[in-house]
Design a protein around this ligand. Structure first.
Ligand SMILES: [Zn+2]
Ligand SMILES: [Zn+2]
Length: 89
């Protein structure tokens, strides 16, 4: 398990560290996002939204960057695909 202190990117102002070139760290609220789309979603005009308030959750990775979880519909679709491929075997 990677330690947070070993992650390659950091913000000297808040001390946050993260991994992944796609990760976006907000210079205003100092939250990290797994992708630019997540970052964009929390920025409305000049203000930052609480990521949790717009349906995001912390990713299951060392830097715990915010990400959009799959919706119920996505999960259902994935479940169907998965059972279909198992039938084929
Ligand atoms: Zn922000
Ligand atoms: Zn920061």
């Amino acid at each position: 398990m990677t330690k947070v202190g070993n992650l390659p990117f950091s913000d000297s102002r808040c001390g946050a560290r993260w991994s992944g070139l796609a990760t976006c760290h907000c210079a205003a609220c100092h939250e990290s996002f797994t992708s630019v789309s997540g970052f964009d979603a929390h920025r409305t005009g000049e203000a930052c939204k609480d990521p949790a308030a717009i349906g995001m959750a912390r990713a299951d990775r060392t830097d715990q960057a915010w990400t959009f979880l799959a919706t119920d519909a996505d999960r259902e679709r994935l479940g169907r695909l998965r059972s279909k491929s198992q039938d084929a075997v």
